[in-house]
Design a protein around this ligand. Structure first.
Ligand SMILES: Nc1ncnc2c1ncn2[C@@H]1O[C@H](COP(=O)(O)OP(=O)(O)OP(=O)(O)O)[C@@H](O)[C@H]1O
Ligand SMILES: N[C@@H](CCO)C(=O)O
Length: 291
């Protein structure tokens, strides 16, 4: 039996728009049950997500290896759709790894990363989903460069609002251009964040996570929980809250004990009706198990 597990991912980490991502220990697991007359996908996402070859996982698998024998696959996942936890990237990565395994593993990890990035449009979710941990990556000139940084010894407080926010809708709120001076300021903050992450200057990392100038301002009205959670965290002396991916999920990074206190406080707020998770970082990335 072939089983593939792909972690959720939290992209951007504030200023690292479209290029930084962190894998979190919440998994999508795909199990191949065996050959079938047509592709059949059992999954927990309801009837609006296709159960046949139109499913994103299977479409992506067939885009890599078109002549695969159809299979019956079973998917279990706690990763919510369209919430900023990289659900589409888990589906893309699961599909590519499925195709690669069924075809006898002709593709390298780097080739899978390139294909995943081109399917998703940017590498910030797919790179940590494949490699695990904290990854900084760029897609330029049809090539992906990805660098794994030291995995922080933090946990993630994850607040998931009940309402979906499609990445496409959240990207529509972004400007088509950024003034030159603003771009310089935004990238200097991002560069310093990467340097601080790479050298484990965690006290510098935390405030920089909150200093994005590329996207959070423009998305502010779409994600009212961001301001609320940041403010609550500050009142407890905690910094390190950002919009996860395109939202609406809000992540705060830090020591587990601090995050427990934060979530206890947040749960007293009747405006925050969503789901809470306290997740470790997933250092491994996609896993394949054969038995
Ligand atoms: N396991 C899956 N199987 C099939 N389709 C999926 C699966 N997971 C996600 N999708 C598709 O991807 C869409 C969500 O993608 P979208 O990029 O909007 O959000 P996200 O990946 O959850 O968030 P973000 O990219 O901000 O982290 C779903 O509405 C669905 O169409
Ligand atoms: N970097 C992307 C992540 C979602 O795919 C965004 O913020 O739109």
């Amino acid at each position: 039996m072939l089983t593939i597990s792909v972690p959720a991912t939290s992209a951007n980490l504030g200023p690292g728009f479209d290029s930084i991502g962190l894998a979190l220990d919440m998994q999508l697991t795909l199990t191949v049950l065996g050959p079938s007359a047509t592709w059949q996908v059992d999954h927990p996402y309801g009837s609006h997500v296709p159960h046949d070859a139109r499913n994103l996982m299977i479409k992506t698998a067939l885009s890599l290896v078109p002549n695969l024998t159809p299979q019956h696959v079973q998917v279990t996942s706690e990763i919510p759709l369209a919430r900023g936890l990289g659900s589409s990237s888990t589906a893309i990565v699961a599909g590519l790894v499925l195709a690669n395994e069924l075809a006898g593993a002709p593709f390298t990890k780097q080739e899978l990363l390139l294909k995943a990035t081109e399917s998703e449009g940017h590498p910030d979710n797919v790179a940590p989903a494949i490699l695990g941990g904290l990854v900084v990556a760029t897609y330029a000139d049809k090539q992906v460069q990805a660098v794994q940084l030291p995995t922080p010894t933090w946990s993630a407080s994850v607040y998931v609002p009940n309402e979906e926010l499609l990445t496409s809708a959240s990207r529509e709120a972004l400007p088509s251009q950024l003034a030159y001076g603003e771009a310089i300021a935004a990238s200097s903050i991002a560069n310093t964040l990467v340097a601080a992450l790479a050298t484990k200057k965690w006290d510098l990392v935390k405030p920089l996570l909150e200093q994005d100038r590329f996207h959070e301002t423009y998305r502010w009205n779409l994600v009212p929980a961001l301001g609320t959670i940041r403010q609550t965290a500050h009142a407890l002396g905690l910094v390190g809250t950002y919009l996860s991916g395109a939202g609406p999920t809000i992540v705060t990074l830090g020591a587990q004990a601090d995050l427990v206190k934060l979530q206890q406080k947040l749960q007293q707020n009747p405006a925050l009706t969503g789901q809470y998770h306290l997740l470790p970082i997933d250092a491994a990335g996609v896993k394949v198990h054969k038995s």
